[in-house]
Each structure stands twice: as structure tokens, then as C-alpha cells.
Design a protein around this ligand. Structure first.
Ligand SMILES: [Zn+2]
Length: 87
């Protein structure tokens, strides 16, 4: 039996990727928006592939806010981008 690799869509480019190749952004139950390096943090998550332009696209198109059902301010985005780049 072939084991299926879980796939998720990048909210920037809509491409499908194996889950572990994506970066998960999570809104925690406390309402904090951050990058989830473990992929297991509780909360509502959205996935971005490893391209920075996808993170930017998701932010600018308001897709990130919609996917997380949270407000994503410029300040939060800048922090996400820094974490993203330090990967
Ligand atoms: Zn992408």
C-alpha cells in the first residue's frame, strides 16, 4: 500500500506541496499570529510555500487574514517576514 503524503495548498500561489515543505502560520487560541515551526501548534493555520513572494502575496491580497480569520497588521507581517527569512 502506498502511503499518501499529506499535501496542503500554499495560500500565495495556490500550489500544492507536501505538508513538511510548507511553512505554517498559526493564529493561536490567544489570538497571536506567528510562524509555527513545529506544524503542530494549536490554532487556525495557513500554509505558505518557501517563497517569500508568496508570503507577500498572501498578505497584500488579504488572503492571510482571511485564512487565519485574524487581523494581520503591517507589524505582524514584518515579524513574520523576518522569521520566514531566518529559516
Ligand atoms: Zn507559494
Amino acid at each position: 500500500m502506498v502511503k499518501k503524503i499529506p499535501e496542503r495548498s500554499c495560500i500565495g500561489c495556490r500550489g500544492k506541496f507536501p505538508k513538511r515543505e510548507l511553512i505554517r502560520i498559526v493564529r493561536t487560541p490567544e489570538g497571536e499570529v506567528k510562524i509555527d515551526p513545529t506544524g503542530k501548534q494549536n490554532g487556525r493555520g495557513a500554509y505558505i510555500c518557501s517563497k517569500l513572494e508568496c508570503l507577500e502575496k498572501a498578505f497584500k491580497g488579504d488572503k492571510l487574514a482571511k485564512a487565519l480569520d485574524a487581523e494581520v497588521s503591517e507589524e505582524i507581517f514584518n515579524r513574520l517576514r523576518e522569521e520566514f527569512l531566518s529559516k
